[in-house]
Design a protein around this ligand. Structure first.
Ligand code: M6P
Ligand code: ZN
Length: 197
């Protein structure tokens, strides 16, 4: 009787893999088709199997999107590979409420977190199992997989952050993560190379 208020958690996580279970967990995925115009070499992207999986996301959404004060928690599985010389990457976004921050952390594989502020200044941080990244507000974020295996990373963000994909779709990031002589290089984008939705 005394133990009645001790409850089993509604959620669980396979801690090393990031796999989420329990209530209110949603899954989504992005294919090569979904990243039309996001890579520098659009001609190459268009030649690849359009249904090929680039990444999948699981997220625990305990409250409605837009609710102030809550948190969302997710995992992303990003496949290895390149399009032209550019590594497979997530779309990347600013937040709709632009001042909202986010945490990312590396779980498996290796890559780079690409960050760009509102003045289009960019920087990259290595992602690896155990890396922890604080993404400040007003900062677009995208992850690229530079390894030969799946890159898995976790994320936690405010439930009212929302997504602003438009800015990236219009102007892209000011940098690209490319493979040159087998190594990753973060280079300034030579053109704005707008990604038209
Ligand atoms: C992380 C979080 C999610 C995001 C996902 C994929 O898990 O930041 O909010 O949706 O990465 O990134 P994107 O939405 O930019 O494709
Ligand atoms: Zn975000």
């Amino acid at each position: 009787m005394i133990l009645e208020s001790l409850l089993k958690p509604t959620q669980h996580i396979v801690i090393s893999e990031g796999i989420l279970g329990g209530t209110n967990v949603i899954s989504s995925q992005k294919t090569v088709a979904d990243l039309k115009n996001f890579f520098q070499d659009e001609a190459e992207r268009s030649k690849i199997d359009q249904q090929k999986l680039l990444y999948k996301v699981q997220a625990h959404l305990p409250v409605d999107e837009g609710t102030p004060g809550g948190l969302f928690f997710g995992t992303t599985w990003l496949q290895p590979g390149t399009i032209g010389d550019e590594y497979f990457m997530t779309k990347g976004h600013f937040h709709k409420l632009a001042d909202r921050g986010e945490y990312y952390w590396g779980l498996k594989g290796g890559g780079v977190l690409i960050l760009m502020d509102e003045k289009r200044n960019f920087r990259g941080e290595y992602v690896y199992p155990g890396s922890l990244h604080y993404i400040p507000g007003f900062t677009a974020h995208r992850v690229a997989n530079t390894g030969n295996t799946e890159l898995v990373f976790g994320a936690c963000w405010p439930s009212d952050a929302g997504y602003n994909y438009d800015e990236i779709a219009r102007n892209g990031f000011s940098c690209r993560l490319i493979k040159k002589e087998g190594k990753a290089h973060l280079i300034s984008a030579n053109s704005r190379n707008p990604a038209i939705l």
